[in-house]
Design a protein around this ligand. Sequence first.
Ligand code: ATP
Ligand code: MG
Length: 274
Amino acid sequence: RVNRTDFMNALEEVHPAFGVSEEELQQVIQNGIIHFDTVVDEILRSGQLLVEQVKSSTRTPLVSVLLHGPPGAGKTALGASIAQASQFPFIKLISPDSMVGFSESQKVAAITKVFADSYKSPLSVVVVDNIERLIDWTPMGARFSNAVLQTLLVLLGKRPPKGRRLLIIATSSTRSILSDIGLSDTFDSEMRVPPIANLTALEYVLREVELFPSSDERREAIHMLKEAGFAGSDDLSSRLSIGIKKLLSMIEMARQEPDNVGQRLTGALIGLGM
Ligand code: ATP
Ligand code: MG
């Protein structure tokens, strides 16, 4: 007879192989998710539906999605959030950051191992982060690692063994390159992660991170941006377009000096738009 203790022990033993890399996931969502636009909730909701699909549909043991958008738009954090929310027993992030200094064959081996490990778990999520960097894409001369690309092409299309189910979430800032090299066709679906492009969203973020001590000061900053020509999203002349990642780091820089926070932040944003 198997009792609860045996079961718990088995779980413990299985952990290193299955494992959810909590810390790794937590690290990329460090600054949380700010719901500055309905599109953020839509992406998370669509992700949740894909998770449900993998969990419940026997017809689709493999589901893959590409999150694409400009640099710093929040692709990695959203992908990791969807993965984390799945609560699947196996969740792994394949990131170029963890492969610095790897040779081509070491990369191929590391990527292959994550997928092989995922096939041992009934339900898995693998986040393939920043595909263009994984394949060492260099715009100059349009070169990349063909070995890594071929590995990804195979693994993205490979059905997990019987009884196993896998969700693949990939991210990229260079969607057009992925289609040029035949990678984007392998995804079941795509979601675009847009930058912050209107003042309503910007103000939401400013409020959320409590950059300004009062709402008056915040409104004044927004007013300054309006004056500078950063109109709303429906204005085609709007020059506002900034990834949440960059905005958050600008905010943290502005915070270092409490005087004239508004002036300095708007100055930085205006400088960006020029
Ligand atoms: P890169 O193009 O450099 O890979 P990225 O698009 O993957 O960048 P992230 O690395 O995910 O961007 O950075 C987004 C940062 O903003 C994270 O620190 C995350 O916690 C924070 N963040 C706050 N709100 C959001 C949101 N709505 N969506 C995504 N990230 C958010
Ligand atoms: Mg990223």
